[in-house]
Each structure stands twice: as structure tokens, then as C-alpha cells.
Design a protein around this ligand. Sequence first.
Ligand code: RNT
Ligand code: ZN
Length: 423
Amino acid sequence: MASKERFESAKECYAGIGVDVQKAMDKLKTVPISLHCWQGDDVRGFDQKSDGPLTGGIQTTGNYPGRARTPEELMADIDKVLSLCPGAKKLNLHASYAIFDEENGGWVDRDKIEPKHFKKWVDFCKERNLGCDFNPTFFSHPKCDPLTLSSPDEETRKFWIEHGKACIRISQYLAEELGQPCVMNIWTGDGYKDVPADRKGPRERYKDSIDQILSEEYDFNLVKPCIESKVFGIGVEAYTVGSSEFSLSYAAMNKDKCIPLMDNGHYHPTEVVSDKIPALLTFFPEIALHVTRGVRWDSDHVVLFDDETKEICKEIVRCGGLDGSVNIALDYFDASINRISAWAVGFRNVQKALLLALVTPNDDLKALQDNSSFTELMVKQEELKTMPFGDIWDEYCRQCNVAVDGEWFDDILAYERDILAER
Ligand code: RNT
Ligand code: ZN
């Protein structure tokens, strides 16, 4: 059967359970997902002279050929990914991706970065009609002692506070230039490998540091500072300063200044972010997410079309998160496979899971729950799993002018042969 006919038949199936698939696709086309620049170069960035180690408790593994080494290479790779992914996108930058050149005065340290160091990224986004999110980079730098915003060394802490303030100014610039809000995420890998002697001191200093960063002037409608929590990282197994309770409490006590961010790799393995989304939205008008895949730990594997990704997307949709209350960003980095493919697979899977959630008869299911019709609810939920969703997804890709499943991998191979292999 031709693809168009398959779609028409699938559309009828969904109409039979009260779902308007065109409405679902049109909705999804309007919701930007933030594409993380750091999948392209294994989170290295451009601001450190030597190829220093990735620190802060995060890790990329693998040395697949073709890593982007320059802004030009990274931009070309991002373009390739954008061409393979349906739906609306935003770019997500880290401060370490500042572009220094003769025109803007050359290299400066992180406490001195300015909007001009991101001008090329602004041009890149403008040409592609993208908004841009931003992240201060509190890792992979000689001034991590190993702590940053929670350091007991006042000079170190000051350096990182200045970095955070500079990032607020850059975020305001990005939002103003691009006419879309900029989500600015504060995450530090601050913590200790072994049993600490003082758990409260670092948290008090971290709190004070964030207070100081957020005292920098910004328009909260344009700049959305986030506080990302974490459970532990490699090398910081015993204690994380920015734990869940710390970060969530900070956001709750400062709702007029920032929002909480949950990364689904940052919890104990049996905890699920899908369940935390409605919990937080009961109290916060807006939250942010890092969608990733942890395997046994915060390993940042490529996002799959797996149960928890589907469940996260269901909760986003059911809670009205696509109307602006949930800021969705990706956060994974795999250096063991073709990086462009990794990037695109994860992005496409989040789109796929959101579309699946949008073609679910959520109101009917909710009514069954509210009527205590749990037997029927189970039957309906199970039967939904074998609906002809693949035909809707293919049509969505066609409407977005990107390749359907089964037709984009050759493009990856060609890019690898012609571009990546030459690096
Ligand atoms: C690390 C956090 C953080 C980083 C990025 C690069 O565990 O998830 O969000 O992955 O800032
Ligand atoms: Zn994250």
C-alpha cells in the first residue's frame, strides 16, 4: 500500500477512538525542543587552550572518528542534524562554546565572556530562525578546585559567580536578539568523592552564589534561569552539593527568579521523572527538563523510544506542558557511534514520543480513571500500543519535509564518508 493510503487508513483508525491526528501533528510542529550543541564534540567546547579532561562528574566514552573540532565544523554538523529532524527546534549552547577571534579581541577567561563572543551563534540562529538556550560552564576548567560556586576559597567562588553573571547578560542578549526566551541552566558538578566532614557549608555557599548570580538584572520573561539537581557523578560519588532537595527548595523559594530543572539521568534508578513532572507542575507554573537516558548511572546514553521516554512525553502532553509550562531540552553525549546519527536518533525519538502522546485519547482515559473503571482502562491502554502509529509518524516527517524512518541513514553514511572521515 502506498504511504499516503497507509496514512489515510491509520488516520481513520485514530478517528475511531476520537483522535484527530492532523490536530496532533499541527500542535507538535509549534513546540521547540532544544538541541544541545555538546553532542557534536563530546562536551569539549572551544574555550580551553589545551585538550583538558572533561570534569564535573560527567563522562563521554568512545572515540568514533569525526568529532567537530571548530565552530565551523560544529555548525555544519548541527545543520546536518537539523535537516534530519522534524518539528521546531532551539539551539542549546554552553558558555564553553564562546567563539574568540581577532575581531572580538581574542580569548578571555570565563568570568569575562561577553555577548560579542556569541555573535556568530546569534547569526547562525537568525539564519535558521532558531531561539537559543544557554548554560554557564562550571566544569572542565583549571579553576574547579574541585568545587566552583560552593568553593570555600572566596577567590575561586567569586570567579564562578562572575561567570554566572556574565552568562545572565549573554542569555538576555540571546533572548533579545532572537526574540525567544532563553532558558539558562545552572548546573555544577560540585561534590566530594568521599564522606564529607561538612555537608551544609558548601550548600550555604552554593545558595549564596546563586543569589548573587540572580541579582544580575534580567527580564524573567526573557531569561529563565534554572537550577538543575543531581544525585551523584563519577568521582563525586559520596556527596553532591546541588542535590534534589537543595535545587528544588532553591527554586521553590525563588519562584519569581528561576525554575527547577529535572534531568532524568539524575535520580536513583527506580525513580522516574515522568511521575515528578505532574508533581512539580502542581506547584510551579513552569519547569525545565533535560531528556536523556541513564544506563545504571547518569551515563547520558542516546534517548530511545523506550517506556520512560514515552511516559515522560505523555505527562508533558497531559499536563499541558506543550503550551509553554515545560521547557524541553536534550542532554546526552555518545562518542562511540556516529555523533550526527546519535544526535538525530535522540531528537527524533523525543518527537516520536510526543506525537504518540498527542494521539492518545487522554481525556477518555482520564474519565475511565475518574470513574474507577480500572479494568477498561487497562484494556484500552494496552490496545493503544498496537495502533498504526508508524504511519502517522511517517506522515508527520513528510509534512515537516524530513526523511521518514528507513530513508535517512544513507544520508548519515554519505556525510560520514564525505565530511567526517576527512577530519
Ligand atoms: C550533567 C548535567 C548537565 C550537563 C550539561 C553538559 O550531569 O546533566 O546538564 O550534561 O550541562
Ligand atoms: Zn543535564
